[in-house]
Write a protein that binds this ligand. Structure first.
Ligand code: SAM
Ligand code: MG
Length: 214
């Protein structure tokens, strides 16, 4: 067809979702990815767990690692308290271009700063470039071998404070064994698993919520 999967997801949003209605954008993408073609969005089932944690934490400043088409970005942004900001990182320019349009269609662009480039380059610049003191909540959902090095980098850069929360997707499927071992074994974290399923399937997967104790 000449189009990419993210472009087809965007087309589904433009065809079916109500402009300015974040919930409608989320539902449209879930429908498309459940019945037309699978995609690596956090999805509806784990998304409900994500929603409840965002609501509980009420972050003022939040970071998302891995934007893809902006599905979780829209989901999170729509749950944020007024004046909160979500910084989201994506290193694939084609995905970032789609995400910008999905975020705008949902009407949440005022809450979102989409940063293009690799996490390893941007994390050390977060304080100077974006005036971040520390993150209240971080959603880790980029490539799985980056969870642990980027967590250590955030620690080194002083981006985590006592009580900051890391929420990691796909800790079972595809899996992030070194990261899990670290947050579960370290006295600097209190960690809890939320059992669920890989997006749009019945395969076990889950989210790991880890509180940084300082
Ligand atoms: N959070 C999205 C959602 O639930 O809708 C899905 C994100 S997808 C699983 C992972 C994304 O992370 C991909 O778009 C990939 O290009 C991006 N990515 C992977 N490693 C990255 C890195 N080190 N820095 C920035 N982006 C990265
Ligand atoms: Mg994921």
């Amino acid at each position: 067809t000449g189009s990419t999967r993210p472009e087809r997801i965007l087309a589904a949003v433009q065809r079916k979702a109500t402009k300015g209605d974040a919930r409608s954008v989320v539902n449209t993408i879930d429908q498309y990815c459940r019945y037309q073609e699978w995609a690596m969005n956090v999805g509806d089932e784990k998304g409900a767990i994500l929603d409840s944690i965002v609501c509980e934490v009420k972050p003022s400043v939040m970071l998302e690692l891995g934007t893809y088409c902006g599905y979780s970005t829209v989901r999170i942004a729509s749950m944020l308290p007024p004046n909160a900001r979500l910084l989201t990182l994506e290193f694939n320019p084609a995905y970032a271009a789609v995400a910008r349009q999905v975020i705008a269609w949902a009407g949440v662009e005022d809450k979102v700063v989409l940063i293009e480039g690799p996490s390893g380059d941007w994390i050390p610049k977060m304080k100077e470039e974006f005036g971040v003191t520390s993150f209240d909540l971080v959603f880790l959902d980029h490539w799985k071998d980056r969870y642990l090095p980027d967590t250590k980098l955030m620690e080194e850069c002083g981006l985590l404070r006592t009580g900051s929360i890391l929420l990691a997707d796909n800790v079972i499927c595809p899996g992030t064994p070194e990261y899990l071992e670290y947050v579960r074994g370290s006295p600097r974290y209190e960690s809890k698993y939320f059992r669920s399923h890989l997006e749009y399937t019945r395969v076990e997967d889950g989210l790991e919520k880890s509180v940084f104790l300082g």
